[in-house]
Design a protein around this ligand. Structure first.
Ligand SMILES: Cc1cc2nc3c(=O)[nH]c(=O)nc-3n(C[C@H](O)[C@H](O)[C@H](O)COP(=O)(O)OP(=O)(O)OC[C@H]3O[C@@H](n4cnc5c(N)ncnc54)[C@H](O)[C@@H]3O)c2cc1C
Length: 412
């Protein structure tokens, strides 16, 4: 009997976990199914680039996972029953790279698992601000970025674009749009000061680039409503906006919250250091969907930078527990924040293990090249999950004979 591992979501972390599991275990012992709604890998870290008209390299899963032993299931997850250990999916297309044929109508299926890896990621977070859903654009997803791309292409010179959110995604979006469309009036609305978490060198560089790109910066503003042609702020002023781009953080999908899993108020699955659910030991969660603690007992922020190590940790822990090997410890720590500021400029802010800025920063074109390499490396790592690591396939051992770490159960 094969042990059935289902990985939900083939973003940076789910795809990494599935590939790594396939390298750690043999297909005689385990059946690994990777469920994803879309047939291509989406480089979410490049959605601002897609939005301004750049074309991204197509990355079909059927090619990425060919010959790996991972079975790809193109389906939308609609529910999970963690007590019955089943996942309900709507099959959107049976052209799944596994010899499936056309389906005219979507069908519902139930998939049974022995171990589940939950990696459904996140989407945009409208924060419940009135008018955002109706009028704002998002770049947390490919459909959102493509809608914005279409809208930006129809804007004429002098029209106003406001990016709301002064975090990493907002900075990348505002600079990318301003660089690609110097004819538009681009503004950034930030709740704090511009890049106020950066060290002085990084802050100075950011200000210089933003000025060079003629981006108007509204600092310390709280946007309270979005309209079709403006955003309103708490101090009673309004900022003209033919297009509003909303980048105030990410929100997880509601699927986990609807289960018996222990989740946070925001719906992230609470996991231990091995990414195992603290309430259901058969379930692991990785990436944006997980509430995992990092260095200094601070929650990891939603990012590829910390998400990918959580996928390594989950895959290695699952393999260790199934094979009776020593439970591994993968360090999820930060080294730098890599920020693209358009295609020609960048900022690499070095940070402590728990993500606080230190003095050193890399700026300018070198930083832009560095960031590009990081993005390329992240996509390459998904397709090559045992990056710089030999393949070590181990045999699964019978449940009763698993010893040491393998027998450790997460607290109920
Ligand atoms: C514009 C932008 C720039 C960013 N830049 C950076 C950066 O520079 N550095 C950094 O570290 N992070 C960056 N991030 C954050 C980073 O992209 C996310 O943290 C990362 O993608 C999370 O990975 P994940 O695997 O958890 O989720 P995702 O990458 O979101 O993957 C989730 C997968 O699940 C699938 N899915 C979702 N719901 C369902 C469902 N119901 N059924 C089936 N499949 C489903 C999705 O299609 C997707 O394939 C950026 C994000 C954005 C939007």
């Amino acid at each position: 009997m094969q042990h059935r591992i289902i990985v939900l979501g083939a973003g940076y972390t789910g795809a990494t976990a599935a590939g790594r599991l396939a390298k750690r275990l043999t297909s005689d012992d385990v059946a690994i199914t990777l469920v994803n709604a879309e047939p291509d890998f989406v480089e979410r870290v490049r959605m601002h680039q897609l939005a301004v008209g750049q074309d991204l390299e197509p990355r079909p899963f059927s090619e990425m996972f060919a010959g790996t032993g991972v079975e790809l299931k193109l389906a939308r997850v609609t529910g999970i029953d963690v007590d019955r250990k089943t996942v309900t999916v709507t099959v959107t297309d049976t052209h799944d790279g596994n010899g499936g044929s056309d389906a005219s109508e979507p069908t519902t299926e139930e998939l049974a698992y022995d171990t589940l890896v939950y990696a459904l990621g996140s989407g945009w977070n409208d924060q419940g601000v009135p008018g955002t859903v109706e009028h704002a654009h998002e770049i947390a997803s490919r459909p959102g970025a493509l809608r914005l791309r279409d809208r930006l292409a129809r804007l004429t010179a002098g029209e106003h674009v406001v990016v709301v959110g002064g975090g990493l995604t907002g900075l990348e979006a505002a600079t990318e749009i301003a660089e690609a469309r110097p004819d538009l009036a681009v503004a950034l609305a930030a709740r704090g000061g511009l890049g106020d978490w950066l060290a002085p060198k990084g802050r100075r560089h950011l200000r210089k680039v933003v000025d060079k790109l003629s981006i108007t910066v509204h600092e310390n503003v709280h946007v309270t409503a979005v309209d079709a042609d403006r955003v309103a702020t708490a101090d009673g002023t309004s900022i003209p906006a033919a297009v509003t781009v909303w980048t105030t953080g990410f929100a997880v999908h509601p699927i986990a919250k609807a289960t018996a899993l222990e989740v946070t108020d925001r719906g992230q699955i609470v996991v231990d250091r091995t990414m195992r659910s603290v309430s259901h030991p058969d379930v692991y969660a990785v990436g944006d969907a997980a509430m995992a603690m990092g260095p200094g007992d601070k929650p990891l922020r939603m990012s590829c930078a910390s998400g990918v190590p959580t996928a390594w940790q989950a895959a290695d822990a699952i393999a260790a527990r199934l094979t009776g090997a020593k439970l591994p410890k993968v360090a999820a720590r930060y080294f730098n924040q890599c920020i693209s500021l358009g295609r020609k400029e960048g900022l690499i802010q070095y940070v402590t293990a728990d993500d606080r800025a230190v003095r050193a920063a890399l700026t300018g074109r070198t930083a832009a090249v560095y960031k590009e390499l990081v993005c390329k490396g992240a996509a390459w790592g998904v397709a090559n999950p045992t990056l710089m690591m030999p393949s070590r396939r181990r045999r699964v051992v019978a449940e009763g004979t698993r010893t040491g770490a393998a027998a450790v159960k997460a607290p109920a």
